[in-house]
Design a protein around this ligand. Structure first.
Ligand code: URA
Length: 453
């Protein structure tokens, strides 16, 4: 078998089989296939696409380049949530301890942020002492004791993805539905899950800019997850505007603590409770089937709206009673972090300087462009341009106004937090442009666009 022939086959729009995909991916890991040939394969796949079957085969090949956790010793259903990436998306940090407080185990292996989108691990790493890197054995122990554990991708989990993602990043092949699907699912399927809720973002701050693309990605992800027996649901949510009020690591941890104290903005709590209700719904679904361990958990084909509302109310009660916040503190401590940040957020890293951004005209805010805010935040040091860049955990942006709010010319609409002023002018300019102001109130915004089973 020759890499050249496989690339040519894909270039000409033909479907590849498992042996061919295995030859390329395993060969890339062992350095028998050079990166210029894998780059050509990635570009051919980007342009020609991969069929449903090829996407599943590629996921399978990537998954089996690493370890697959067996967590069957945990009695509870094991349900995770994953977002395709957005700006100000801090939902996992609120949701994981909240769902653990509801008695469901949440094994979460998360990524670092790249470009204008932030990563959950970078946010958590701003908590003094918090460990995001650990052995699988430690991960298991924490999970066993607290019901929730979060760590970064290790070299043992889908190592092909780590290498391929770095190559995609420099060959303009990231935004491909089948490549994103195999990348995400090869990591998630290694977590030993029973169920998975995916938050597929759509809008200017997301990989998927249109509903059509978001629906296609959601379908590819759910199809792949369900194929491997992990009951998977995708919720398409708005990412045209940053989620919540803050963008940047420490600032977002503060916002998460406020949310767990019951003080979250409407958009943030709406997305959190919707995804959380789905996680509990999946847990129930799996638990019913697990009464008989020989049963393959059936795929969900219809939604019981009443049951879903009950799950949402259960989560609200966990927040109101303080149990969710307790679960967060236990989780932070168990991962080596200082839980005193809950009472004293000033313990989180801060920024030496702030700069206010003023509205250039008055009226109603139509939209705050998530893509521009994400890039501005990255320029201030809160994100990475390249995977090897260092993060400034204290840098970021607070949004004083969001869509639907009124504004007068000269009002402060955002505050930039920074330690390094190298890119300050560019970030300020982007932030001025991010606020779109009009004379009429914008129509109401729907955070939850669609659910794909
Ligand atoms: N997140 C991933 O893990 N992989 C992708 O390809 C895109 C987003």
């Amino acid at each position: 078998m020759y890499a050249y022939d496989i690339i040519k086959k894909k270039r000409d729009g033909e479907c590849l089989n498992k042996e061919e995909l295995q030859f390329l991916i395993k060969g890339y890991l062992t350095e028998e296939v050079p990166d210029y040939q894998v780059s050509a394969f990635l570009m051919a796949s980007f342009l020609r696409g991969l069929s449903e079957e090829e996407t599943i085969l590629l996921t399978d090949v990537m998954l089996h380049t690493g370890q697959i956790l067996d967590l069957t010793e945990m009695d509870d259903p094991r349900i995770d949530k994953h977002s395709t990436g957005g700006v100000g998306d801090k939902v996992s940090i609120i949701l994981a301890p909240l769902i653990a407080a509801a008695g469901v185990t949440v094994p979460m292996i998360s990524g670092r942020g790249l470009g204008h989108t932030g990563g959950t691990l970078d946010k958590l790493a701003s908590i003094p002492g918090f460990r995001t890197e650990m052995s699988i054995a430690d991960f298991r122990n924490i999970l066993w004791e607290t019901g929730v554990a979060m760590m970064g991708q290790t070299d043992d989990i889908a190592p092909a993805d780590k290498k391929l993602y770095a190559l995609r990043d420099v060959t303009a092949t990231v935004e491909s539905i089948p490549l994103i699907t195999s990348s995400i699912m090869s990591k998630k399927l290694a977590e030993g899950l029973n169920g998975l809720v995916l938050d597929v973002k759509v809008g200017s701050g997301a990989f998927m800019k249109t509903m059509e693309d978001a629906e296609a990605l959601a379908a590819a992800l759910t199809n792949t997850g369900n194929h491997f027996g992990v009951r998977t649901v995708a919720v398409i949510t708005d990412m045209d505007e940053p989620l919540g009020r803050t963008v940047g690591n420490s600032l977002e941890i503060r916002e998460c603590i406020n949310a767990l104290k019951g003080r979250a903005d409407k958009d943030l709590i709406e997305v959190t409770l919707t995804l959380g209700a789905w996680m509990l719904y999946l847990a129930d679904w799996v638990e019913k089937a697990v009464d008989n361990p020989r049963t393959v958990v059936p795929r969900i084909t219809a939604i019981d709206e009443g049951a879903l509302s009950e799950k949402r109310a259960e989560l609200e009660e966990l927040i109101d009673s303080g149990k969710a916040l307790e679960s967060f503190m236990e989780f932070v401590e168990r991962q080596g972090g200082n839980s005193e940040i809950v009472a004293n957020p000033a313990l989180l890293p801060g920024a030496a300087h702030i700069k206010q951004v003023q509205a250039v005209s008055g009226g109603y805010i139509q939209r705050v462009d998530a893509g521009k805010v994400g890039t501005a935040s990255m320029l201030l040091g809160a994100g990475r341009q390249r995977l090897e860049d260092r993060i400034d955990h204290g840098a970021g942006i607070i949004l004083n106004r969001k869509s639907g709010d009124t504004v007068q010319e000269g009002d402060t609409v955002a505050v930039l937090h920074y330690n390094d002023e190298t890119n300050l002018a560019e970030a300020s300019q982007l932030m001025e442009e991010a606020f779109e102001v009009g004379t009429e109130p914008p129509g109401s915004k729907k955070m939850i666009k669609k659910v794909i089973l």
